[in-house]
Design a protein around this ligand. Structure first.
Ligand SMILES: Cc1ncc(COP(=O)(O)O)c(C=O)c1O
Length: 416
């Protein structure tokens, strides 16, 4: 095989489809988010960030920064090992207690990322539970898909948020086999919630375990930001909750929270947990501080609600196609990868607005979009400027306008 040609042809093909990704170098200003500096082609320019997952801006919070620095000075930078071999500090143990309590579970386990937490936990459950069948929402995140697929077990994919379809699929499987329902509480590309209560009730009816990814809800919804399962008062009915430390909590890493037996089981059998170095203790300590701040920051959550309502109402007035929801994630539909990139370039070149175009495989082909994430740090003037920039770019490129498009993809083509 001509390996050189293979790799080069694959990349050429990706580029010709408009699907090649370029990373912008964005250096966020710690004191003035959403202001940032972009470095490109040897130059620097001022930009404003409209697509950060640092939802509460806690990565730049002075108390969180101080905690991180203090612990680096106390213990050093790296953890020095896997959790089993010298890599468990008291900060790791305290963080796991804090996360368990956040979700009202007996125990929790931290991973290098929520991606590995999903992939590794699901893989382990699927491999170990003999005869298991998985029921997975079609829009589930790549990390969950990877965990399930790699385990090579029967997986039934139900239409997005379609409880009727899930029930139909559950009915086709044998009553005696173990079952696992896998879903997200707030879908990352739609900003839409799942019908959690109904799914939990089906899980009970069919004696299925439930695995819930709360990556985009922790810190933002529920009492003290404890997530959507908490908000809907069904945390106790979810067997395993997954979350991240890298979005609303502004750090890095992921976790699962569950009963002490499930956590001990995953701790003991999941290669993605066992065979990797643990997080830097400073990250664990900063995460505890960030969670503490997030819990008492109802005013930040309220600001997000106000800001996202402002944007949605502006988009409605301008007839910019967007998906209506009530969350902090606002998808603006462009529906063509090249147009989406071109619009993103115009937004940053002409208006200093940085928003990354989102395309396949993150969303299905033909469903390319901007995914606006609003933070408490965006001010009303920023929002006005953003809307005016969108309006001008839409005019310049003659992009399609309409009322809010409640468009949810009916078919997902994933490459995984
Ligand atoms: C739904 C969902 N789950 C898991 C992850 C992985 O999170 P992390 O960045 O902590 O790996 C993401 C990342 O964006 C996500 O959107």
């Amino acid at each position: 095989m001509n390996y050189k040609k293979y790799f080069s042809d694959e990349l050429t093909s990706l580029k010709s489809q408009g699907l090649y990704r370029k990373f912008r170098e964005i250096n966020r200003d710690q004191k003035h988010f959403p202001k940032a500096t972009e470095r490109f082609e040897g130059n620097e320019r001022a930009v404003e960030v409209w697509c950060s997952n640092d939802y509460l801006n806690l990565s730049q919070h002075p108390e969180v920064i101080k905690k991180s620095i203090d612990v680096i000075q106390e213990l050093g930078t790296g953890s020095g090992g896997t959790r089993n071999i010298s890599g468990t500090s008291s900060y790791h143990a305290d963080l796991e207690r804090e996360l368990a309590s956040l979700h009202n579970k007996e125990s929790s386990l931290i991973f290098p990322s929520a991606y590995t937490a999903n992939q590794s936990t699901l893989w382990t459950l699927c491999k170990k539970l003999d005869g298991i069948e998985v029921f997975s929402d079609e829009l589930n995140h790549a990390s969950m898909i990877q965990g399930i697929k790699n385990a090579n077990v029967p997986c039934h994919i139900f239409r997005h948020n379609d409880v009727g379809h899930l029930k139909e699929l559950l009915n086709t499987s044998n009553a005696s086999v173990p079952k696992l329902i896998v879903l997200e509480s707030l879908y990352s590309m739609e900003g839409l919630r799942s019908p959690l209560k109904q799914i939990v009730s089906l899980a009970k009816e069919f004696n299925a375990l439930t695995y819930l990814d709360e990556v985009h809800s922790v810190g933002l919804y529920g009492n003290e930001g404890r997530g959507i399962a908490n908000e809907q008062d069904i945390s106790d009915d979810i067997d395993i909750i997954n979350g991240t430390l890298s979005k609303a909590f502004g750090q890095m890493g992921g976790y699962i929270a569950a009963s002490s037996d499930i956590i001990d089981f995953v701790r003991s059998f999941a290669p993605g947990f066992i065979f990797t170095s643990s997080a830097n203790p400073s990250i664990a300590a900063a995460s505890i501080k960030a969670i503490e701040i997030a819990k008492k920051s109802e005013h930040l959550r309220e600001d997000i609600r106000i800001n996202s309502n402002l944007i949605r109402s502006g988009l409605r007035d301008l007839n910019i196609p967007h998906l209506e929801n009530d969350s902090h994630i606002i998808p603006i539909h462009v529906e063509d990868p090249r147009l989406c990139k071109e619009a993103a370039n115009l937004l940053i070149d002409d208006h200093g607005i940085y928003i990354q175009p989102v395309f396949y495989p993150t969303v299905p082909k033909g469903d390319e979009r901007f995914r606006v994430t609003i933070t408490p740090k965006h001010q009303a003037e920023d929002i006005d400027r953003f809307l005016s920039a969108i309006d001008q770019v839409w005019n310049k490129m003659s992009l399609r306008r309409e009322g809010s498009a409640s468009k949810i993809p009916s078919q997902v083509t994933k490459i995984y």
